[in-house]
Write a protein that binds this ligand. Sequence first.
Ligand SMILES: [Zn+2]
Length: 273
Amino acid sequence: MKNKIAIIILFIIFIILLILINNHYTKKETTVFKEENLFIKEKYYIAKNLNKYKAYASMFPETKIKDVIAIINTNANKTAYKDVKKADLTKGILILVNKYHYLEKDYIPSSLTYLNEEYAYKDKQILEEVNEAFKEMYQDALKDNIKFYITSAYRSYSYQKSLYSKYLLTYGEEYTNTISAYPGYSEHQTGLAIDILSENVKMRDFKNTKAFAWLKENSYKYGFILRYPENKTYLTGYAFEPWHYRYVGKQVALQIKDENITFDEYYAYYLDN
Ligand SMILES: [Zn+2]
C-alpha cells in the first residue's frame, strides 16, 4: 500500500514537471531546442561552432549531421589556401599542417636526421623520433616477409615549391591540388610525414600490395596513421594516398584508428577545442 502511494506521488510530480518544462519554452523555442539537440548529441560537437553547423545544415539539408560536424570542425567548407592560419608549432609532433594551416617559408624542423639507405631513397631526412619509429616498423614488417621503403620524407619549402610547380605544368591547378600541397602547406615540411612504397610498384598500385595491407593493419602500433584515407577527401582535401603516413606517436595513432577519424578531425576536437 505504501509503495502504491509513493508511486502515485512520484507520477504526479513527474506530470507537474512535464507541465512546467512545456510552459517554460514557447513552441518556437522548443523547435529550435530540438534542432540544436541534433548537433549537441553528436560525439564531436564543439559548442563554439553551433551557429556554423546550423547555417551549413540549412544550406545543405541533404548532408548527414555527423558530416556537417566534421566539415565545420575541420574548415573543409572554406576555400583552401584562402582562409588560413599559421600552424601552431607548440603542438610538437601533433602539429597540424593542411590546406588551412601553414608553415613559414623558413620553418625547418629541429633534430632532422638522414634516413638509412637500407630503407629510404638517398639523402632523405626525417625527425629523429620518426626515424626510430620507422626503423622498428620496418624490422617487424621484415619478420612478416614484408618489405617497403621511404621514397619521400622531409621536404623543404623550396623543394615543395618546385614539386608543386612541376605538377601544375603537367596536370593543371584543379587536379594538382588533390595530389600535391601548395608550398608551406605540405605536411612533409614538418619532418613528420613519409611516403612509403614497395619495390617496383607504382604509387597508384600500392593500395593493392601486401605491404599496404600490412601497414593498414599495423602502422598505428608504431605511431603512424594513414593520413589521407579513402572516402575522406571531403575533409582532408586530398585524394586517397595509400603511401602517405604521418607520425603522431603511438597513443594518438591508436585513438585515431579506434575512432576512425582523420587527423584533421582529431586535432579540431581534442587539441583545438
Ligand atoms: Zn606524402
